[in-house]
Ligand binder design. Structure first.
Ligand SMILES: Nc1nc2c(ncn2[C@@H]2O[C@H](COP(=O)(O)OP(=O)(O)OP(=O)(O)O)[C@@H](O)[C@H]2O)c(=O)[nH]1
Length: 375
């Protein structure tokens, strides 16, 4: 008996005339796994869902690969019901008990949540992750569907077929980065691998929530005729995939991808840091975190996002009660960690020196913020 046949909700096969993968959910809370490679746009999607959830009560479990959970910071503020799993990939390194405990805490929240989103680390194997969530055996929730986010700009780095084949819904995110012809070609290619799951191009994870939660149920729910929302569920194909995944996966990614966490309570010099970032050492693919640029940056918090060649910086306020502090996670393959740390240490600077009034310009080039002020 496969793992998906244990739960009467999860194993329900849709009627012929029912849209693909849509079921009415019973007493158990649907868990939607959001997977996808590093920097594809998972956190952006989760934040979009939270912002457009309306009457739905959504809980979030965030798993970050690095030792510092930057994603939790980026999701926090959007949602009250959030748990985090740090320092390890959820599908192989985080203890299953921790996952069960986190999901159980979310499932115990009153009034009851309508949905739990699990944002996987960017190195998680979607199929293995589903297996882990399913293995918890708690009847109060069930793994209902998998959304795989693919980065249109960096899709060549991903094994598209393997990722798409376990998805109920594939988002080809960062569609703004491709010309329409190339985008259509990619959608068709992924569609063939996705074995019938819809492939939707999105920009900044702007998924129409009706694709996640059936529109009619939302109307009925608003009208008070339906207790629970209607959810996408895993389809029989995924069930087959999970049967196969019962064999332990080789966790190859855990050996191929490494992360470096670096923190500093002394501000970072913007010019030195941008030098390092723009000529980043070989192997660094993803960088995310918070930058304290001290007096150079007017004491603001700079949220840094690097994915492949793309660099984005957003200026925010520091969270209440949190002292300014640089916290970075650098993720990649074959990185010279010692040289990387040494390079970062060389960036710290207590205060702007004479003639350094333009040092922030290098940072501000990447800040997409009308309010960003000059040096
Ligand atoms: N141009 C463009 N950038 C996007 C889009 N969606 C997300 N981004 C940017 O891509 C970067 C990574 O987005 P995240 O949502 O943090 O990606 P993630 O998958 O959660 O990243 P990891 O957790 O590190 O795997 C951020 O700088 C986002 O602003 C999009 O549709 N277009």
């Amino acid at each position: 008996m496969g793992p998906w046949t244990r739960s009467p909700v999860a194993c329900r096969i849709r009627d012929e005339d029912e849209p693909r993968g849509v079921v009415r959910v019973g007493a158990s809370i649907p868990v939607v796994v959001v997977a996808g490679f590093l920097g594809a746009g998972k956190t952006t999607l989760v934040n979009h869902v939270l912002r457009s959830a309306g009457e739905l009560r959504v809980g979030v479990l965030v798993n970050d690969f690095g030792a510092i959970n930057i994603d939790a910071f980026l999701v926090a503020g959007q949602v009250d019901n959030m748990m985090t799993l740090t320092n390890g990939c959820i599908c192989c390194e985080v203890d299953t008990d921790d996952i069960e405990e986190s999901l159980a805490s979310l499932a115990g929240i009153a009034p009851r949540l309508d949905m739990i989103l699990v944002e996987a680390s960017g190195v998680a194997e979607p199929g293995a992750l589903v297996q882990v969530v399913r293995a918890t055996g708690d009847e109060r929730f069930h793994c209902s569907s998998v959304i795989v986010v693919i980065d249109a700009a960096e899709h060549a780095r991903v094994e598209l077929d393997r990722h798409a084949s376990v998805a109920d819904l594939v988002l080809l995110n960062k569609a703004d980065q491709l010309a329409s012809e190339a985008r259509d070609e990619l959608v068709a290619r992924i569609g063939a691998a996705a074995r019938g799951a819809p492939v939707i191009p999105t920009v900044r994870g702007a998924l129409d929530l009706d694709l996640l939660v059936d529109a009619s149920s939302r109307v009925e729910r608003r009208a008070g005729r339906l207790d629970r929302p209607v959810q996408l569920t895993l389809d029989a194909l995924l069930r087959e995939e999970c049967d196969e995944a019962e064999e332990p996966h080789d966790h190859a990614h855990a050996h191929q991808v490494e992360s470096v966490a670096w923190t500093s309570s002394v501000p970072v010099h913007p010019r030195a840091f941008m030098d390092l970032l723009e000529q980043r050492p070989a192997g660094v693919y993803r960088v995310k975190g918070l930058l304290d640029l001290g007096g150079f940056g007017d004491g603001a918090c700079y949220v840094l996002q690097v994915v492949g060649r793309s660099i984005e910086i957003e200026r925010r306020s520091w969270p209440a009660g949190a002292p300014p502090r640089t916290e970075l996670v650098l993720i990649g393959h074959g990185m010279d960690q010692v040289a990387l740390r040494a390079g970062l240490e060389a960036c710290v600077a207590a205060a702007p020196g004479p003639g350094e009034e333009h040092a922030m310009l290098r940072v501000l080039r990447f800040v997409d913020d009308d309010e960003a002020c000059g040096p």
